[in-house]
Design a protein around this ligand. Sequence first.
Ligand code: COA
Ligand code: MG
Length: 289
Amino acid sequence: MKLRSLLFVPADSARKLSKSETVPADALILDLEDSVAPENKAAARKMAGDFLSEHAKDRRKQLWVRINPVIQPAALEDLAGIMHGRPDGIVQPKTRSPDDVLLLGQHLEIFEKDLGFATGSTRILPLSTETPGAIFSLGQYVRCDQRLAGLTWGAEDLGAALGAQTNKDRQGKWTSPFQLARNLCLFAAHAAGVAAIDTIYADFRDPEGLRASCDEARRDGFSGKLAIHPDQVAIINSAFTPSEEDIIQARRIVELFEANPGAAVLSLDGVMLDIPHLKQARNILAMAE
Ligand code: COA
Ligand code: MG
């Protein structure tokens, strides 16, 4: 299932939960972590659990939940409050390494067995760059099993951990520590064979900036992006959907190779095409499905 846009919805807000039903996001991320104050966590768990149950039969969008960090007792309370609602997956914050993902997987397995769900059916999407140490094990996600749905990254918590004064320069580009985190997340996701999901665009009143950020992400190999506001979703969906032109060109490339079995290099419209071009054309057709 495609995951172009994933909208965070603070799970303690009845108003935002209700609004989220009308938003055409591929996935909602019901948040129990940083957008919920400690005194509201218990209520948010109940609201997220109820929302999942109410939408048990209507899963036009995937329903994910961001729990608290797996090393905190709150994480188990989160899972106890929501797993009965059968979330499609868990967004895992402040993931320090693939070991954290494996640990969460063990917790999920206990709930799945208890509730009669297939083992491994609850996917995991880690925020893979929120702690400084996490950067050093990004190459290891290939050790994770089929629960791993993708990798995404976060700049805000990382910036706070570094004591960075900002994460963007005057032109609005990521400063170099954050570019490094972004790029390593991209490589890590592809090395593990899972989706690379770009981080949020924080200025939700800047559609042009969001569009440019999406275009750069798609250009570089991300296949989707996190969102924080309903207005961001349509822009993200359109940026991560191949255009009609892209699809026609991709089909021409695939058909050309099919018509020339055994050929590893061909030319089309005066341009050299080899196997990486064929792979890229197939990627575009897969994204378009
Ligand atoms: N999910 C669902 N609905 C949302 C929403 C979200 N993330 N953000 C805003 N809305 C709703 C608002 O409730 C409002 O609906 P209403 O007209 O029925 O009241 C409508 O969309 C327009 O919202 P707007 O007034 O433009 O924004 P706001 O000032 O109410 O909220 C934020 C701004 C940033 C606080 C809000 O977008 C938000 O909470 N985002 C998610 C934050 C988050 O989860 N952070 C953690 C991950 S980084
Ligand atoms: Mg955070």
